[in-house]
Design a protein around this ligand. Structure first.
Ligand code: ZN
Length: 430
């Protein structure tokens, strides 16, 4: 099949809100016919029509980001006047793009606006180190089917992509749909993705996936547009859209599980760096004489606080095979398990302090499997941050648990897929 590999880039829109755009980086662009038609109908920039479409796009984009908003909130989110928002909502409701309902805010009657349920579906696939989670959702990001299966350590991409494709096809069938009914797939992998090549940025970080154009490899199997990013960036994106980082001007999302990585969220959008490697906090050196890391360095945070390092401390215990086993043991009050998680929290806190001194966030959100340990992990993190981060007028950034739990990354996959689809624009009149 012709290449259908896409990469993402960051741009700041007129509203000042950073938006994620995607473009094909090689091969023939194969988009659904409806979307191609939309691209062909773009009016001349600067014309009245262009301004009207840009305003409509801002309204639709805000609803894609937030799911549902009142008209007053829409005006705030888009920077458009309430009268303009009201006109656009009326117009798009008539044409079936938006749906409105009556609600109340602070005891007052308000009109709530959402994207109208449309026949299109999107899929999300989160390949974590040990799990594959797959979801199918409406374009308003309501999940209609979800499944997850365990993955072997150091799984190979070809086998697992085949398996993921079969699983997704089965899920579509259970919805009385076909793979071809999906508009796009958003995909998360446990490694940084080089936005220039679509491959894993650094050798050693994801064995079995090296030299593989990740989105293209899945796209060839599912015959759909596929968009890919790291699990940290997509977990962070979801927490910024509808979780604990919502509204934060600058936040860090820490994915703490089998591996440790971060998303640097600027205005709600992950900052990828030049080659997608921004936020690789798992490879910050904590002990330069420490164990050799899979990246080739020594004493990285991952070698002290990543899942395998924690489990290695219980190597003679056959009941301790996965991070989940450690969490259950800690929850049951086992002092060793709690101490191991607390020590991991201290190490992560030291690395988070360095990151805080470099990028000055207002909030640190902790997600990933180990974050479900709650205060056992977070309290030592806060202590280490207090000791090592430069305090501003408001002290050091808050450290909070993610609001979306272990499914944040999957929600981020769906958001990435929805972002890539011109929801609603296909029925707009010029
Ligand atoms: Zn490393």
């Amino acid at each position: 099949m012709n290449g259908r590999l896409f990469r993402s880039s960051l741009t700041a829109g007129r509203s000042g809100i950073k938006a994620r755009h995607h473009r094909p980086i090689r091969g023939k662009r194969l988009l659904p016919a409806k979307l191609c038609r939309v691209a062909a109908r773009h009016p001349t920039p600067g014309s009245q029509t262009s301004l009207r479409e840009a305003n409509r796009a801002r309204v639709i984009d805000s609803l894609k980001r937030h799911g549902h908003l009142t008209q007053v909130e829409l005006a705030g989110a888009t920077g458009l006047s309430p009268a303009t928002v009201s006109n656009i909502v009326k117009e798009l409701s008539t044409s079936g793009v938006l749906a409105t309902s009556t609600t109340s805010r602070s005891g007052r009657r308000a009109v709530e606006v959402t994207l109208a349920r449309r026949p299109g579906l999107v899929a999300g696939m989160h390949f974590s180190s040990r799990h594959l989670r797959v979801a199918v959702a409406d374009v308003d990001r309501t999940i209609v089917a979800e499944n997850h299966v365990p993955l072997a350590l150091d799984h190979r991409h070809d086998r697992e992509l085949d398996r993921a494709t079969l699983l997704l096809a089965d899920m579509c069938e259970s919805l009385d749909a076909e793979l071809s009914d999906l508009l796009a797939v958003g995909m998360a992998v446990p490694a940084p993705i080089d936005v220039r090549t679509g491959m894993v940025s650094t050798p050693g970080l994801l064995r079995g996936w090296e030299g593989v154009p990740v989105a293209e490899a899945l796209s060839e199997r599912v015959q759909l547009p596929v968009f890919v990013d790291s699990e940290a960036n997509l977990g962070g994106l979801a927490e910024a859209r509808s979780g604990a980082a919502r509204g934060a001007a600058g936040a860090v999302y820490l994915h703490v599980g089998h591996t440790i990585s971060a998303a640097l969220l600027v205005g709600g959008t992950p900052f990828p760096g030049v080659s997608g490697k921004a936020g690789q906090i798992g490879h910050v050196t904590i002990d330069e004489n420490g164990p050799i890391c899979r990246c080739g360095s020594r004493g990285c945070l991952d070698t002290l606080a990543g899942g395998p390092a924690l489990l290695e401390l219980f190597r003679d215990d056959p009941g301790m095979q996965r991070v989940r086993d450690l969490l259950l043991r800690a929850e049951s009050g086992d002092a060793s398990a709690r101490r191991v998680i607390a020590d991991a929290g201290r190490h992560i806190g030291i690395a988070a302090a360095s990151l805080t001194n470099l990028i000055d966030p207002d909030l640190i959100v902790v997600g990933g499997e180990l974050a479900t340990a709650g205060e056992i992990l977070l309290s030592p993190m806060r202590h280490a941050l207090d000791r090592s981060a430069l305090a501003g007028a408001d002290g050091v950034p808050d450290i909070v648990q993610g609001a979306l739990g272990e499914r944040a990354e999957l929600h981020g996959c769906l958001a990435l897929a929805v972002d890539s689809v011109d929801v609603g624009l296909g029925v707009l009149t010029p």
